[in-house]
Structure formats: structure tokens, C-alpha cells
Design a protein around this ligand. Structure first.
Ligand code: ARG
Length: 703
């Protein structure tokens, strides 16, 4: 090897768009012209030759993408990490490149099989030699980055690609001399953008507009102050000129059809080994192994866990998967999680813990605690709770957290008999309290019996038009059984209801459920109460005659009249006592001693004296009323149902009924067996439910 600058290229003798392995190739099969490709390739070749020596590797028949020598491997000094192509369509290029490197005096490093990495297409040196930027997300695996850092002895900064048009790092990212960086930020996830911004000062970042990115402006060859690219807008050229760069455009449209341009067609084979580098900061990649157990396949748990890792910016390797043999036996998976930084690892792990995963590595440590030093504010990095039973490890013992709910912090108190832990809302945190931080020493317990999600998925698609009434009936039948059973053993059912219950004629049925002792608590807002009372007093709901379904002249006033009447008497209970209100949902509640809580909102008319306009108090009231519920029936109120969902621990069965499938999915998708979503008209649902309950009570009469 010489001291001069050298590039490796491969002439396009056999170049062709023969298959589709990236979005640019779509619709371009056999659409490129060989003659034009040769001419364009030579244009580039001559430009590079003005400043560097170009070595050539012999093109091989049957491997049309071999022209893209950037993907041959990653060179540093006299070492090369050979590519392991993700797609079969390119794997055949590997031996040709390997032979070229070997015969040119390089030490060739080969990654384990099944660990894709596409060379300099996905790994670009900072031109000052400070570190290596490495891409992952489409063609290369994050785990390969650890090898790069080890073999090439350089710090690796991993960047996650998220736009499939920019599937290789060099399609959207180009480090330039003097520490400049030409790049297209939307091609990266938020974390990667943050990392770039941390390492490259703002005055060195040259952000490329989408129009330039689309013609591969980032896929440039940088030789000192010269930047060779397919095409640049006037804007970009001016910007680069102002920074002292000269842009050499050379058309490469034939290669764009395969998803490559100037940089892809070249591989710099003289990469100086950086000197004076800070040692120790090799790679920020972290690895942890976690264990998952349960009905991993049936419940979709394994998919959710793996998706979560990838969405969180990490990558995974399933080390062991023991599939439960029988339907009732559980499966077990050991998964190695890699994340590009400690912070991301913690983030991913805390979510995996929420899914019931247990970090399996080394000895498990005790929980880390930090002190609250501002009222109502948790320490940085506090563990955010989920609905699932959680345990934390204190002095080598697992302690169950009490008051389990989601979106809270875990507070640890020491008592003479040991430590206790409880979930606490941020606003309730007191200065001096100890709060769990990080993810060490925390586990959440999932019931391995639960086959999870099934119901949710099964019933949600009714909204998509494939539902049959028979299916709704089947769910209703099941719910009726549950209600009956809970009532008969003295259990508790809480109902969350929105005003739609009244508009759809369900008021009658809900009243009956309360009268028959199926409801032990009622939660709603101002509106359901006002509509119920309006209907009871005037036969209309928001001015619509509930019997005939038509608006009554001047009916909209009914609404305010109803509010006013209740206000005059001082509240619902007083109105019932005076005989002013003598039917309806709230009348039944008062008569049966069923407690209710009405949470106010900004749009409330009135409100009724019973509506709690202090929202923190309303949350506390809700939370008190749902304590100890066996089942919560959520009837067409997204707002109040989500509120309730947030404060309910796992293990409480939830039934969510709404005509809007999105609402049902949002609410019922608690990832647990206990939620059932029913997409249907709530009035219809209630009438079916009442009928079904009657059938259970009087099997002969109701037929
Ligand atoms: N068709 C090739 C592929 O999809 C294009 C490779 C472009 N190379 C690059 N370094 N971006 O693999």
C-alpha cells in the first residue's frame, strides 16, 4: 500500500437493476441503460482520478450490485471488516471482495454468520479520525458495531436509520473535512439526532433539504475541499461554497435507480489510523440479557417485547427459546438486548420489566434510591410504574409494592420491621422521601396463566366491518355471566359512563342494572348526570325527544332547566328526597345507595352541585370508588375511562364498549387478559346485556 489516497471501484460491466432490495429499485427493474451507466461511471472515475489513485476489482457476472464497492467492507489502516450482506441477492459478492482485500495485503476480519453489516455503506469515519459513525436499522445490526470498535480500536457512535429510502448510512450522512457534516436529519431517530448534535457543533452541521437528499446529495465523495456528488441545488452549492468547499457534480442517475450514487460506487481504501485518540471510550453499546416467561406466543408477549426493543433504538438476539409443548405450558425465552447507550438501555429495560421480563445477567442488585428534594417532583431517572404487580429488591429481599397503579413513582419507607414500598403520584411526593430510580432491582410480576390480548384483538375488529351481531352477543353473554357471578358472591362492579349512554337510549337499561344490584359504583362527568336528569324530568336528552328521536322545539333549554332545578335543590340527593327526580340512573343510585363520582371539565354547563370541579379531588374520588373492583364496565366515555384505566392495577377485569374502534383499542389494549373491547353501539350493548341477564334469571320466561 502506498501513502497516496486510493479508492476501490468496480466497473459496471454487469450492472443492472435485477431485483428489489431497497425502495429505489422498485419500478426500475431492467430500466437502467448499460451504456449510460458506463458513461456516468466513467465520469465519476475520471473525477476521482484527478485527485487519487483508483484501484479496480474485477466485476463478477451475476452480481449486478458489485459496482457499489462501498459495501465491500470497512477499511482502517491495513485492516478490513468484510461485509456480511443482509440480502441473499448480494451475499455472492463477499468472496470476490474478500479475495481482493487479501491479495492487496489487508488483514481481513469476518463477522459471525447471521450478523449483517454492509461495510462503508453503513460506517463512516469522522474525517478528523476521532470516531466512527455506524448506522443500523435496515442493513446492519447494532451488535456488529461492537466488533468494529473492538477490531478497529476506535470509538463507535451508533446511529439508527428510520426512513427506508435512506437504508444505508452513506445515503443520508457524509462527514466532511474540517469536522463538517453533511446530513439529512429526518433519516434518523430522535436519539441519534441528539447524539449527532452532541458531537458536531451547530456551525459544522450542514443540513440537507429533502429535495437534495432525494437526489443523493449526501452520498458524496469528499477529497479535501472537493465534494463530488450526483447533483446539488443552488442553495446547497452556495452553502458549501461559503464554507470553503467546491462541489463537483457528475450525473449518476442510472445508479440512483439501484439506490446508490457517488459514495456508494467507491471505497476509500487508504484510511489513516487515527493517533492520539482518547483511549477507553471505545463503544457506548451496552448489552443485557433478560428472561421472559409465560404464554409468550399465544399472548403476543414475545413480539411485543422484541418490537419494544427495536422501537426503543436497541437490537436483540434471541439466545434461547423453549417453546411450551402443550397449550397450557408456558414458554421461556432468553433475549440479549443491545442498546447504543446506557440511557437507552435503561429506557428499554424499564419497559421490558413492565412486560414482566427479568434481567438475567450476573447477580441481581438492590434497587437504587434517590431523595426527593422538591415537593411534588421525582428525582431524575425515577422508575415509572405500570399496572402490573411490582417488586423491588431492598437488602437482598424482594418487597412487593403496594397501591399499584401506572404512571407513579415508587416510594420506599424504612420501618422498624423492614422496608415498605408504595406507588405514589408525583404530586404527592414529599421532600426527603426515597424514590426508586433506574432499573436495577425491579421486577414486575405477570400472571403466567394469562394468554393476554386475545380478547382485545378478537373483538376489536368488529368495528372494521367484519363483525357479526352474533359475536357481540357472545361477548355480552360472557359479560352477563361475570356480572351475575360477581353480584352473587358480593363482589364489586364499577361503571364508567359517558352521556352517549343516554343519547343511545341506554339510560333505561343502565338504570335497571343498578336497580338489580349489578353496579356498586358509578363514575362519570357532569354531562351524563345532566342528560340523565333531563331525560327523567323532560323526556329529552340535549333537547332530543328520546321516544321519537326528534328535536323538540326549544328543547335545548331543557338541558339548562334540568341543571337549574338540581342547583335549586342543592344536589341530586336532595332532588330525589324532594320527589323532584324520580327515575333514571342517578335516581336509582340514590335509592340503592350506590356511590357515584362526577368529575368536572372545562366544557361543563352548570355544573351540577354534585360535580367535582377540583380535578385532583375528582381523581381521588374516582380512585376511592374503584378500590376493590372485580370488574369495570366502561361505557362510551374515552375521557373518564382513560382516567380510570390509569389508576387501576392489573388483575381487574375491564370491559370497554364504544362505537369507535380506536377508543376501544386504546382502552382495552392493556396487554392483559382482563380487558375486553367491544365495538358497538352502547345503547344496543346495554339492552342485550339486560336481556341476557334476564335470561339467566328467568331462563324460561325470557326464552
Ligand atoms: N442496490 C444496492 C443495495 O441496495 C445499492 C447499494 C448502495 N450502496 C451504498 N453504499 N449505499 O444494496
Amino acid at each position: 500500500m502506498t501513502e497516496s489516497l486510493r479508492f476501490l471501484m468496480c466497473s459496471p460491466d454487469h450492472y443492472e437493476v435485477d431485483y428489489v432490495i431497497n425502495p429505489w429499485m422498485e419500478g426500475n427493474i431492467h430500466k437502467s441503460s448499460r451504456d449510460r451507466a458506463v458513461e456516468q461511471w466513467q465520469g465519476l472515475y475520471h473525477l476521482i482520478q484527478k485527485r487519487a489513485i483508483v484501484d479496480l476489482v474485477t466485476p463478477a457476472v451475476g452480481w449486478p450490485d458489485m459496482v457499489f464497492t462501498a459495501n465491500a467492507g470497512l477499511v482502517l489502516g491495513d485492516r478490513v471488516v468484510l461485509s456480511r450482506f443482509l440480502h441473499r441477492e448480494r451475499q455472492g459478492e463477499e468472496p470476490y471482495f474478500k479475495a481482493w482485500f487479501a491479495s492487496n495485503g489487508f488483514t481481513v476480519y469476518e463477522l459471525p454468520k447471521e450478523l449483517p453489516f454492509e461495510g462503508a455503506g453503513d460506517a463512516l469515519f469522522d474525517r478528523e479520525g476521532r470516531w466512527l459513525w455506524a448506522g443500523y436499522g435496515f442493513r446492519s445490526e447494532l451488535d456488529a458495531h461492537a466488533y468494529l470498535s473492538d477490531w478497529l480500536d476506535i470509538e463507535v457512535l451508533s446511529l439508527r436509520l428510520v426512513d427506508e429510502r435512506f437504508y444505508h448510512l452513506d445515503t443520508c450522512f457524509c462527514p466532511l473535512s474540517n469536522g463538517y457534516l453533511l446530513y439529512y436529519p429526518p433519516a434518523f431517530d430522535a436519539y441519534s439526532n441528539r447524539l449527532i448534535e452532541l458531537r458536531v457543533p451547530v456551525e459544522k452541521r450542514i443540513i440537507v433539504a429533502e429535495a437534495d437528499a432525494d437526489v443523493f446529495a449526501c452520498n458524496s465523495v469528499n477529497l479535501g475541499s472537493i465534494i463530488i456528488m450526483n447533483r446539488a441545488s443552488t442553495n446547497l452549492t452556495q452553502q458549501l461554497n461559503a464554507l470553503g468547499f467546491e462541489v463537483w457534480e457528475t450525473p449518476l442517475t442510472e445508479f440512483l435507480k439501484a439506490g446508490g450514487a457517488a459514495k456508494c460506487l467507491t471505497l476509500r481504501v487508504t484510511e489513516p489510523v487515527p493517533t492520539g485518540r482518547e483511549l477507553g471510550l471505545q463503544s457506548m453499546i451496552e448489552n443485557r440479557t433478560v428472561l421472559l416467561e409465560g404464554h409468550l406466543l399465544d399472548s403476543g408477549l414475545i413480539n411485543r417485547a422484541l418490537d419494544l426493543i427495536v422501537e426503543g433504538g436497541g437490537s436483540f438476539q434471541v439466545l434461547n427459546f423453549e417453546l411450551g409443548e402443550q397449550r397450557q405450558s408456558t414458554s421461556r425465552a432468553e433475549v440479549k438486548v443491545s442498546a447504543p447507550s446506557h440511557d437507552l438501555m435503561e429506557e428499554i429495560l424499564s419497559q421490558l420489566i413492565g412486560l414482566g421480563a427479568i434481567p438475567s445477567t450476573r447477580e441481581v442488585c438492590d434497587i437504587h434510591l434517590a431523595v426527593v428534594n422538591q415537593m411534588g417532583v421525582a428525582p431524575e431517572d425515577f422508575y415509572v410504574t405500570t399496572i402490573y404487580p411490582t417488586e423491588i429488591r431492598i437488602n437482598c429481599e424482594w418487597v412487593r409494592v403496594t397501591n399499584q397503579r401506572m404512571d407513579a413513582a415508587i416510594v420506599v419507607h424504612s420501618t422498624p420491621t423492614g422496608s415498605i414500598a408504595e406507588c405514589k403520584l408525583l404530586r404527592d411526593l414529599v421532600v426527603g422521601e426515597q424514590v426508586a430510580v433506574g432499573v436495577e432491582g425491579i421486577r414486575s410480576v405477570r400472571n403466567p396463566e394469562s394468554r393476554d390480548q386475545r380478547h382485545t384483538q378478537e373483538f376489536s375488529f368488529m368495528g372494521a366491518g367484519v363483525s357479526s351481531e352474533r359475536r357481540v352477543e357472545l361477548v355480552v353473554e360472557q359479560i352477563a355471566w361475570d356480572l351475575r357471578h360477581i353480584r352473587d358472591r358480593g363482589g364489586k362492579v364499577a361503571v364508567v359512563a359517558g352521556p352517549v349512554v343516554i343519547h343511545t337510549g341506554g339510560g333505561l337499561h343502565l338504570s335497571q342494572l343498578i336497580r338489580d344490584g349489578y353496579v356498586q359504583a358509578l363514575l362519570g362527568g357532569n354531562a351524563i348526570a345532566v342528560h340523565d336528569i333531563e331525560q327523567s324530568m323532560m323526556g329529552t336528552s340535549l333537547g332530543v325527544d328520546m321516544k321519537r328521536g326528534v328535536s323538540v322545539r326549544g328543547g335545548h333549554r331543557h338541558h339548562l332547566k334540568a341543571i337549574n332545578t338540581i342547583r335549586r335543590w342543592g344536589g341530586i340527593r336532595q332532588a330525589v328526597a324532594q320527589g323532584v327526580l324520580n327515575s333514571g340512573i342517578f335516581y336509582e343510585c340514590i335509592c340503592r345507595g350506590v356511590p357515584f363520582a362526577l368529575a368536572g371539565s372545562i366544557r361543563d354547563d352548570g355544573p351540577l352541585p354534585d360535580t367535582q370541579m377540583d380535578l385532583l379531588q375528582a381523581q381521588a374520588d374516582y380512585s376511592r370508588l374503584i378500590q376493590g373492583s372485580d370488574l369495570i364496565l366502561m361505557l362510551s366515555s374515552m375521557l373518564h375511562s382513560i382516567g380510570v384505566g390509569n389508576m387501576t392495577p392489573a388483575g381487574v377485569k375491564m370491559v370497554c364498549v364504544d362505537i369507535n374502534p380506536a377508543v376501544v383499542t386504546k382502552l382495552a389494549d392493556r396487554g392483559s387478559v382482563e380487558s375486553v373491547g367491544v365495538v358497538t353501539d352502547v345503547g344496543l350493548f346495554l339492552s342485550l346485556l339486560v336481556r341476557q341477564l334476564e335470561r339467566l334469571t328467568h331462563p324460561l320466561k325470557a326464552g
